[in-house]
Design a protein around this ligand. Structure first.
Ligand SMILES: [Zn+2]
Length: 68
């Protein structure tokens, strides 16, 4: 009986993982929030601080609207 429950649990866990599970969701959310980000970055040219959202990313550096 206990073995059955364990197997059933393992099956559910397997299916859960196979479909991407919810374990990944918090990470995905964090990553997305970071990408959308209100994180401040410094313009490589004039040094002004802008949000990542507004910044223009060029050749590995962030630039403000005016410098881009
Ligand atoms: Zn600038």
């Amino acid at each position: 009986m206990i073995l059955k429950i364990i197997l059933f649990g393992a099956l559910i866990y397997f299916l859960y993982k196979a479909f991407g599970g919810e374990f990944k969701l918090p990470q995905k959310k964090d990553k997305k929030a970071d990408e959308d980000g209100d994180t401040l970055v410094e313009c490589s040219k004039c040094g002004v601080f802008i949000t990542k959202k507004e910044a223009i990313f060029k050749a590995g550096k962030y630039y403000c609207d005016e410098c881009a």
